[in-house]
Design a protein around this ligand. Structure first.
Ligand SMILES: [Zn+2]
Length: 55
């Protein structure tokens, strides 16, 4: 088995991280390019759910 192909030919692997509310993996979106670090929720629904929860 060749050891040189760690990725399945996908060189442009996009970052992903779990949603802070539902935990589902969010794939990187172009719309989030500028604020990817601050994106925590996969959708507005999750954002609202988080906002409702008291700290
Ligand atoms: Zn979510």
């Amino acid at each position: 088995m060749p050891d040189s192909h760690g990725f399945k030919g996908n060189k442009a692997a996009l970052p992903a991280k779990p949603c802070a509310v539902c935990g589902r993996p969010m794939s990187w979106r172009k719309a989030w390019a500028r604020n990817w670090e601050q994106v925590r929720y996969c959708s507005d629904a999750c954002r609202r759910r988080r906002a409702e929860a008291p700290r």
